[in-house]
Design a protein around this ligand. Structure first.
Ligand code: ATP
Ligand code: MG
Length: 552
């Protein structure tokens, strides 16, 4: 697989050492998403790390759906996650579902009961919280804690058989209510949930808790290095406890790393789902979403995302990455690939009054200024064109060198034109600019007679294709001081989407396919939107503007 190597980091060092010392002959990692939403760029960091390590050290990576919470999970999410992992450029060695192990997990829970290490508890959720204690205060033992093994076995089986209502009973590990680590204070192993599971249907009405299920899943699959985010660090003693007390043969090692946080976005499936449910986003693949599906629709490339994930590195401390850093890698990737073209997003009609009527010439214009191999294309040029509204000012401000009455500019790849006149509508807005052109000044003709201070782009009105252009700003304004501490739904940027109706030169676009990438002169990198483009209408998403001030 042509996936670039991982950069050095502390997890890679652990893996390398384990192979060197012979602790493992082969490493097995896993990427274990819960299918309760679409993947986001934070998951990409975990994917790049897990698959990257296995690729580099010739090990294996499992894609495992951690589907232990039937209420929130759905096969739509399972399918989208598979698509996203593949699109990022990775292929799993095995595909598993945690729910495949429900029988084995049940058996291991029974084993814990038989060993006197688990008990059925009747406390309500509220009582349980009360009994749990705090960081500074030890917990209290549940009155159910000393039930006999027989009674526990009987109650647990009846839980499984559906004799109790949701929340009426739970199975808990019997560890230590005075532990300084709250996670060790008799955590819940199983809860009752009368819910239909996307995989196991109505077979089960008890479901294992994450802290119990996850180490068992890892051990069953003989995962060697179980990589998770930092918030699970304090759960590690519990992870190890379950592996040991459930007498698992294979012993996985949990290693924690810092999760990816980014400015101007939210990075949690639960929150992203809210943006979809509230209609703030037009779906999980809204181009403003940090989901992999959103980035894909926006026009981001897997290469740029992978390079970004490698560059941010793997650390032990949480930090927030500037979202512009991803754009940096994107521009780097798109620059040589994207086809150059001209489009006018806010059109203003320009008529060249001394250019022959009913004549069209084809001008040869380069496809990519940075890549000669991209060749040239023939762009139609005639008497009536469109230019950007911002490229004309009737009364120019200081240092404005573009078009204004009496001034001459170059039309990119074409001729010098000089503004002679304007036409206005009833309310005084300029709706048409009249110019004359100088045939001597044709681009590439070597004309040196005089210079102009500006070059502006244009499209030919007769042949250009009308198109919609969608420009994006961050969906969330988390860096504005007045937004600090607010709920993210109160920080929604009201101007995150701008929709413009313009024109694009026809040549390259008659067959523009969704996800084709273009560099539209001065306007940025764009791709064809896969959702709104129809036979009648071409819709472009701006992937990213051409420049940013961000430096690596
Ligand atoms: P979310 O809150 O978005 O649902 P999660 O951690 O609950 O995130 P999972 O589906 O359980 O999502 O995650 C699958 C894997 O991706 C886990 O190993 C998790 O640690 C990792 N992961 C999730 N979010 C990030 C992130 N922001 N940065 C790095 N890794 C992440
Ligand atoms: Mg989760």
């Amino acid at each position: 697989m042509s996936i670039e190597n991982t950069t050095s980091n502390f997890i890679r060092n652990i893996v390398a050492e384990d192979l060197e010392t012979g602790k493992h002959k082969e490493i097995i990692t896993r990427f274990p998403p819960e299918p309760n939403g679409y993947l986001h760029v934070g998951h990409a960091k975990s994917i790049v790390l897990n698959f990257g390590l296995a690729n580099e050290f010739k090990g294996k990576t499992n894609l495992r759906f951690d589907d232990t919470n039937p209420v929130k999970e759905d096969t739509e999410y399972v399918e989208s996650i598979k698509e996203d992992v593949k699109w990022l450029g990775f292929d799993w060695d095995n595909l598993y579902f945690a729910s495949d192990y429900f029988d084995e997990m049940y058996t291991r829970a029974v084993l814990l009961i038989k060993k006197g290490k688990a008990y059925v508890c009747d406390l309500t959720a509220e009582q349980m919280k009360e009994y749990r204690g705090t960081l500074t205060e030890a917990g209290k033992e549940s009155p159910c804690r000393n039930r006999s093994v027989e009674e526990n076995l009987d109650l647990f089986e009846r839980m499984k058989n559906g004799e109790f209502k949701d929340g009426e009973k739970v199975l808990r590990a019997k560890i230590d209510m005075t532990s300084s680590n709250i996670n060790m204070r008799d955590p819940i192993i199983y809860r009752i949930a009368h819910a239909t599971h996307h995989n196991t249907g109505d077979k089960w009405c008890i479901y294992p808790m994450y802290d119990f299920a996850h180490p068992l899943e890892d051990a069953i699959e003989a995962i060697t290095h179980s990589i998770c985010t930092l918030e699970f660090e304090a759960h590690r003693p519990l992870y190890d406890w379950f592996v040991k007390e459930c007498e698992m043969e294979s012993i996985p090692r949990q290693i924690e790393f810092a999760r990816l946080n980014m400015t101007n976005t939210v990075m949690s499936k639960r929150k992203l789902k809210l943006l979809v449910d509230e209609g703030i986003a037009d779906g999980w693949d809204d181009p403003r979403m940090p989901t992999i599906a959103g980035l894909r629709r926006r026009g981001y490339t897997p290469e740029a995302i992978r390079n970004f994930c490698r560059e941010i590195g793997v650390a032990k401390g949480d930090s927030t990455v500037d979202s512009q850093m991803l754009d940096f890698f994107l521009r780097e990737d798109l620059q040589p690939k994207a086809l150059l073209a001209m489009a006018v997003l806010k059109p203003l009609k320009l008529v060249i009054t001394n250019y022959p009527e009913n004549e069209t010439e084809l001008l040869e214009i380069e496809n990519n200024a940075n890549n000669e191999e991209a060749g040239t294309r023939l762009v139609p040029f005639s008497r009536t064109l469109y230019i950007e509204q911002e490229d004309f000012m009737e009364e120019p401000i200081k240092k404005y060198f573009r078009l204004f009455p009496g001034n001459e500019v170059r039309l990119k790849g074409a001729y010098f034109v000089k503004c002679t006149d304007v036409i206005k509508d009833a309310s005084g807005n300029v709706i048409e600019v009249h110019c004359t052109y100088d045939p001597e000044t044709k681009s590439g003709s070597g004309f040196t007679g005089r210079k102009v201070k500006a070059t502006i782009h244009w499209v030919d009105a007769a042949t250009a294709v009308p198109a919609e252009f969608r420009l994006f700003e961050p969906l969330i304004l988390d860096d504005a001081p007045e937004n600090e501490g607010k709920h993210f739904l109160e920080q929604i940027n009201p101007h995150s989407l701008e929709v413009l109706q313009g024109y694009i030169e026809n040549v390259a676009f008659k067959d523009a396919k969704a996800r084709d990438k273009f560099q539209l002169v001065r306007n940025g990198f764009f791709t064809v939107d896969s959702k709104y483009t129809t036979h009648e209408k071409l819709v472009f998403n701006r992937i990213v503007p051409l420049k940013s001030s961000f430096k690596l």
